[in-house]
Design a protein around this ligand. Structure first.
Ligand code: ZN
Length: 232
């Protein structure tokens, strides 16, 4: 028992800095939450960082807004500036998990430069993987209620009555974004963007690939085997 207690103590004091990669439909968000909870680290997504910088009206937030108002992507230097500000907040001192960032090679390079400058290292880059066929099947099983907008999944949370919303009995429809062709295109874009990142982190010896197909518990167990405490 004493040994187990000691293990727990050490890993809780270890700074875990992760990047989490994974295609749409793989269940990355769910696994990210589990890891963050377990290591008491914040879950950092660029979307959330952007929203909070904009609502705080920080200099970077204002800058980001000028691009977004024109319908343009926020440039990497602005994103990286926000990341740097975010890492200075006390809750990130014990580590953090990046979700959906870096998205491109220049962003990965920028992050590397930033971490070097502030004397930090990534511990692990976790890539959750799954076959396109399975992801397409999962994502194309999403249905949206025409009346109230509730989203349901025919595989994971089938409605009580076929074709009808559990909340309001409205008609369940398949949005265009959830059609197999559109999903397949999104997956291709993801692969194109992510492939170079996979190579980049593999060369740095930081990459761990994990099979993301299975129940939430099974996938969590596979991930855990690769994290410092090594137990689930
Ligand atoms: Zn409804």
């Amino acid at each position: 028992m004493a040994y187990g207690h000691y293990r727990r103590y050490t890993y809780l004091n270890r700074k875990m800095r992760l990047v989490f990669l994974g295609p749409p439909g793989i269940g990355k968000g769910t696994q990210a939450k589990i890891i963050c909870h377990r290591f008491t680290i914040p879950h950092l997504s660029t979307g959330d960082m952007l929203r909070s910088a904009i609502s705080a009206e920080s200099d970077l937030g204002k800058k980001a807004r000028t691009f977004m108002d024109r319908g343009n992507l926020v440039p990497d230097d602005v994103v990286l500036g926000m990341v740097e500000e975010r890492l200075q907040k006390p809750d990130a001192h014990g580590g953090y998990l990046f979700d959906g960032f870096p998205r491109t090679l220049p962003q990965a390079d920028g992050l590397n430069e930033l971490l070097n400058r502030i004397n930090q290292n990534l511990d692990i880059v976790l890539a959750l993987e799954g076959d396109d066929d399975i992801l397409i099947k999962r994502l194309s099983s999403r249905r949206t209620c025409e009346s109230c907008g509730t989203i349901t999944n025919l595989i994971f949370s089938p409605p009580r009555e076929e074709g009808k919303c559990d909340e309001c009995s409205g008609k369940l429809i398949q949005r265009n974004d959830d059609k197999p062709d559109v999903i397949s295109e999104r997956l291709k874009v993801y692969q194109r963007q992510t492939e170079p990142l996979i190579t980049y982190y593999a060369e740095k010896d930081q990459l761990i690939r994990v099979n993301g197909v299975g129940t939430i518990k099974e996938v969590t167990a596979r991930i855990s085997k690769n994290l410092p405490d090594g137990e689930s």
